[in-house]
Every structure is written in structure tokens, then in C-alpha cells.
Design a binder for this molecule. Sequence first.
Ligand code: URA
Length: 253
Amino acid sequence: MNDKDIEKVLNFLREYQDLYGNNLFVDRERIESIAGEFPDLPGEPNTKPSKPVAKVREKKMTKPADSPLWNFKRKIENCKNCALGNTRTKFVFGSGSEHADIMFIGEAPGAEEDRTGIPFVGRAGKLLDRLLAQIQLKRDDIFIANILKCRPPNNRDPLPDEVAQCIPYLHRQIELIQPKVIVALGRIAAQNLLRSTASLKQMRGRLWQYRGVDMIVTYHPAAILRNAGLLTVATEDFKFIRETYREILKRQN
Ligand code: URA
């Protein structure tokens, strides 16, 4: 595959981000490895693809049919257990590898996530990608989900009843993925998981247990965007995440 073809694939994937998720975008090796799945690349960048896309879409969408995690998604994605089911655009199940050893849990979808159905694709998501890259992780090494699967209007905090309705979905995701480490992103996620009213500052920097899994709490990337001073602390947290994750994997192998 030459550079021009790779650029074509990249443009194709950018256009179809909501179908493929974020994790296919940057990795040249991965693009080369999936090249065979694009029998007929759309002509020019940004040309609206027609037939070949339908083929790829069908293939991509039927591929996880036998996966317990993606079966679970199909089972719950029309959920109307709370009022957010009537206001959302897309149900944001989560994305990444169902075999991930590390799982990140945020608060709830924002506007971009509601539009695309993919968690952490807005500005906060871009920062999260950079923090992950600093510890040599990519989206397809991890699984990302939220406490709530649907966007609260105007990004207000999740209500206790919405959390109560939605959190069993997260529990099932944890059971199916079986991560070795969980990272709670931000105060709302951490407080809901730990059933605590402690501040983020009190919760970060140590190891917790959540449903039998080691858990680390760190700042939500959106909080870092609002207060750049938090970046240094968050970088420390991500080093702690990396060390913990490596240690746990080493112990298990
Ligand atoms: N913030 C979150 O907590 N989750 C998302 O998916 C996006 C922004």
C-alpha cells in the first residue's frame, strides 16, 4: 500500500468515524492490516462513497454478531428506562476492545458523543488520547464507557435515578470485558462508582477496588481543559495507571 492509498483510507475512515470508532485513525500498521477489508476504496478523499461502503458496513456490522459484548449492546441500545432515552440522539454504549485489560469510565456523553454514538470524541476525548499516548496506550488497547449511556440535556450532572437505571449496564460490561484495571475519569464517575462524596483530590493517587477490580481515579480531561494546572497532576496519575497496569499484568502472566 502506498502513501496515497493510506491517505485515501484515512480520509474514508474520517468520514465514517461513527461507524468505525476512533481507534482506526492514526495507526499506519493497523491500516495496512485492514487494507483487505476495503476492496474498492472510494475514489477521491471526501467523495461520498456508495456501493463499496455498503459492503464494508455490512461486514463491519455483522462481524461482532457472535460477541457477547456487542450482542449486549444490541439488546440495550433502544433503552428507554429513563427520560434520557427520549432526548438522546444516539445511545453511547462504549468503544474499544472487548478483550481490553484496562477500562476507562467517564461520566456521560456530551454533544459530540450524542451525535456520533462514540464516547470521548470531542475536545476532552482528544486530550484523553494524548494522555493515553503518553503511557503508550491507544483506543483499541482499552475499552471506554460512561456511567450514563445517554446525554443529559445541556450536559447537566447525572441524576441519581438515571445512574440507578443505567449503572447495571456498566456492571454487565465489566463482567463481559473482565478488565484488570479500571480508571474512573473525573469526580462524577468516581463518586458514583465508589458511592462517595469525597473530592477528586481525595480520591486520586491510590488504588481502590470496584467490583473486585483494581481502580484508579483521575481528573476528567474536560476538567483539565478548564484548568491547565491540572495537567501535571493528571500526567502523574497516568504514570501511576501505567505502573499499576504493568504490575498487574506481570503478576498475572
Ligand atoms: N465526557 C464524558 O464523561 N464522557 C464522554 O463520552 C464524553 C465526555
